[in-house]
Design a protein around this ligand. Structure first.
Ligand SMILES: *Cc1c(COP(=O)(O)O)cnc(C)c1O
Length: 428
């Protein structure tokens, strides 16, 4: 397998783009080696500029739930383009997708479209602050909510400790309003809430975490957060940018039967176009401008091409619930196969999974929070990643990610993925 063209492109890219990429993880820094540059993708496969073919297990970080370049979405985009690419004025498509989202996602009575998951979470927290008149919010260590300033806060030494910015450029003033707790630790949440009584606008979390690897909520964790938020009049925000339309038609909230006040969405919602959204109770959403005082806007928000892609995707998912049985079956087949291989090879690693999300953690510890995830041997993961890539399997280039399976994966692909796993894990 040669990757000369990718190498040349990366060298040139580094001259003109910081680090050669438009989103950091794409540079493969966490796994070593140079990134591959993509030419095209179709169904279960992605192809690099050197003509190599890979089986897809990451699917553009989630959006391509139905596999790449799905004909229905492609045709909807082409058709929409014939009418023009942007109007900056309302369209019927936006009404249709908003109605469908409220039908699919249990917590959502009204919804506002934005252009990315980052915009969705930033706007949702602003809205929660405007609605409650409070300034602080609580997030969980290892949860990712996009790159908004107030979310880029590292873990403090204790839950009540104020966060410190973990990126230069985030001011201490911003960081002081972000409170932290370990995922799955209700007691710590209670402590933080008690120590900041009447000051917390929102608790935001990934209901099933994917950004520290796949980490499931312990039984009672989501319910416990719901109860705390009810008692303290705190807005509960589920960041379902990753889990929305993936774990079920109504996301993690529908699967786990815990209904947040606000929900943020992204990734699958755009069918591969840059789309995000936030929605929730009408009473809260009516605080958004122009019906309310909380300002939020976007020149390209609700863009007709993006809405055509998203609407086609969501309609398909809404009308074909068998997608979710298929995805779960695919996930279970892979995870069971992988567990069998690990057992046979005597490797003690941990797998967390739900539906079409899973992570193989290179640690023998159970992974319930970020501290557990950090016990992983990331060097070994890097070797594993490169071994899999060499065998034509495209995984997420970091230990702290979930894989996102698609309906395009058939049994032959799963066999190939398991085969590559066996060979690679043996050789580490
Ligand atoms: C990807 C992601 C985001 C950020 O979305 P972008 O579209 O990359 O800005 C936010 N929250 C979660 C849970 C995500 O997985």
């Amino acid at each position: 397998m040669t990757t000369n063209k990718s190498k040349q492109l990366f060298e040139k890219a580094k001259k003109f783009i910081p680090g050669g990429v438009n989103s950091p993880v794409r540079a493969f820094k966490a796994v070593g080696g140079d990134p591959i540059f993509i030419e095209k993708a179709e169904g279960a496969y992605i192809y690099d500029v050197d003509g190599n073919q890979y089986i897809e297990a990451i699917n553009s970080w989630g959006p391509m739930l139905l596999g790449h370049n799905h004909p229905l979405v492609r045709e909807a985009v082409i058709k929409a383009m014939e009418n023009g690419t942007s109007f900056g004025a309302p369209t019927g498509l936006e009404v249709e997708i908003a109605e469908l989202i409220t039908k699919m996602v249990p917590s959502v009575e009204k919804v506002r479209m934005v252009n990315s998951g980052t915009e969705a979470t930033m706007s949702a927290v602003r809205l929660a602050r405007g609605y409650t008149g409070r300034e602080k919010f609580l997030k969980f260590e290892g949860n990712y909510h996009g790159h908004g300033d107030s979310f880029l806060i590292a873990a403090g030494s204790g839950a009540i400790t104020m966060g410190n910015p973990n990126s230069p450029g985030v001011t201490k003033g911003t960081a002081k309003d972000t409170l932290l707790a370990p995922f799955n630790d209700l007691e710590k949440v209670k402590e933080v809430v008690a120590a900041n009584k009447g000051e917390i606008a929102a608790i935001i979390l990934e209901p099933v975490a994917g950004n520290m690897g796949c980490v499931l909520p312990e039984p009672g964790f989501l319910q416990g957060l719901r109860k705390i938020c009810d008692e303290e009049s705190i807005v509960l925000i589920f960041d379902e940018v990753m889990t929305g339309f993936r774990l079920s038609p109504g996301g993690a909230q529908q699967l786990m039967d815990v209904i947040p006040d606000l929900t943020t969405m992204g990734k699958i919602i755009g069918g591969g176009m840059p789309v995000g959204a936030y929605g929730g109770k009408a009473e809260i959403m009516d605080f958004v401008s122009p019906s309310g005082p909380v300002y939020q806007a976007g020149t390209l928000s609700g863009n007709p091409i993006a809405m055509a892609a998203g609407l086609t995707m969501l309609k398909y998912l809404n009308e074909n619930p068998s997608v979710y049985t298929q995805l779960s079956k695919t996930g279970d087949t892979l995870v069971n196969g992988l567990k069998e291989i690990l057992n046979r090879l005597g490797l003690p690693y941990t797998i967390n999974n739900l539906g079409s999300m899973y992570t193989l953690f290179f640690t023998d510890q159970k992974v319930k929070n970020f501290a557990d995830a950090q016990t992983c041997d990331t060097g070994l993961f890097g070797k594993y990643f490169r071994g899999m890539l060499d065998k034509g399997i495209y995984l997420a280039p970091s230990q702290y990610e979930s894989l996102f399976l698609s309906t395009a994966l058939e049994q032959t692909h799963l066999d190939q993925i398991l085969d590559a796993n066996e060979q690679t894990l043996k050789s580490l």
